[in-house]
Design a binder for this molecule. Structure first.
Ligand SMILES: O=C(O)c1cc(=O)[nH]c(=O)n1[C@@H]1O[C@H](COP(=O)(O)O)[C@@H](O)[C@H]1O
Length: 233
């Protein structure tokens, strides 16, 4: 099946397999990718990946691994063995952790994209101060993105607010996967650093991760169609 030519990744943030697949069955694998996160994977296990692959979806397994290098390398290898399109780690785990993960994929020639989370989009300057980072989110994102690139990552997770700066710092081909996408009319929820789909793409996001604005909409398909129309797809 050809790779979908779309920046959209729909976050299947549901508490069980049935609800996640009910949503997936309404989506078109030619028009979006899907993301499986911590809640769904912890409840359903790898069978959700098999079910989504059987439906033709490319899957971003978002488990944000953050542990010692050997443990993360093994976890990333396990994810890649499930055939996922993309997997992520926390850049805060450091260079040796990211390099170990990259080396493990290289050794097995596994094609899964490996990206690193910089600063969660739910965090603002005050949240960073509380964990001892006395800096603005942009500076910390730039620092961690540069480290991620040096450590062999294919890209980062960041907010779209930082995408333009990262394009200048890390180049066009370095992936900028951006959650915190909020169509103008909808709410921010627990997100702090948000942008609309159109502005996110204009800023240089390579992929838009969208959850609640679609999954919690009264008519999810209409919400998705609005977003596709907004970004000209
Ligand atoms: O790695 C992620 O996907 C991620 C990183 C981040 O910094 N912020 C963030 O929101 N996410 C994920 O992106 C999705 C955003 O969902 P909504 O806020 O509902 O659109 C959730 O599944 C989050 O777990």
């Amino acid at each position: 099946m050809p790779r979908p030519d779309t920046p959209l990744i729909i976050a299947l943030d549901y508490p069980d397999l049935d609800q996640a697949l009910a949503m997936a069955d309404r989506l078109d694998p030619a028009r979006c990718r899907v993301k499986v996160g911590k809640e769904l994977f912890t409840r359903s296990g790898p069978q959700i990946l098999e079910a989504l692959h059987a439906r033709g979806f490319e899957v971003f397994l978002d488990l944000k691994f953050h542990d010692i290098p050997n443990t993360v390398a093994g976890a990333v290898e396990a994810a890649a063995d499930h055939g996922v399109w993309m997997v992520n780690v926390h850049a805060g785990g450091g260079r040796r952790m990211m390099e170990a993960a990259r080396e493990r994929l290289e050794k097995r020639r596994l094609p899964t994209y490996l990206i690193a989370v910089t600063v969660l989009t739910s965090m603002g300057r005050e949240d960073l101060a509380e964990i001892g980072v006395d800096d603005d989110p942009l500076s910390q994102v730039e620092r961690l993105a540069a480290l991620s690139q040096r450590s062999g990552m294919d890209g980062v997770v960041c907010s779209a607010q930082e995408a333009t700066a990262l394009r200048a710092l890390c180049g066009d081909t370095f992936l900028k996967v951006t959650p915190g996408i909020r169509p103008s009319a909808s709410q921010g929820d627990d997100q702090r650093r948000t942008l609309t789909p159109t502005r996110a793409l204009a800023a240089g996001s390579s992929h838009l991760v969208i959850g609640r604005p679609v999954t919690q909409a009264s008519d999810p398909m209409a919400a998705l169609a609005d977003i596709e129309q907004e970004i000209g797809r």
